[in-house]
Write a protein that binds this ligand. Sequence first.
Ligand SMILES: [Zn+2]
Length: 75
Amino acid sequence: MKYLILIGVVFGVIWWIKLSRPAKPSGSAGGTDNGPQPMVRCAHCGLHLPQNEAIASNSAVYCSDAHRDLAEPRA
Ligand SMILES: [Zn+2]
């Protein structure tokens, strides 16, 4: 009986930690987004980055404005 209470307390603590700390990669830059972001690939250099940090263009995505301008020079 003692162990059942102990197991219940342990699971309760784990559940409480999960509730109070939603899944968030530690050490990364904080943001307002929740959960994992789909990864996209820069059409110029091939760098993979989260979709919310990518620069979207006509039909491709880039890691930065500089790479977008390099790949798609404006006339
Ligand atoms: Zn790039």
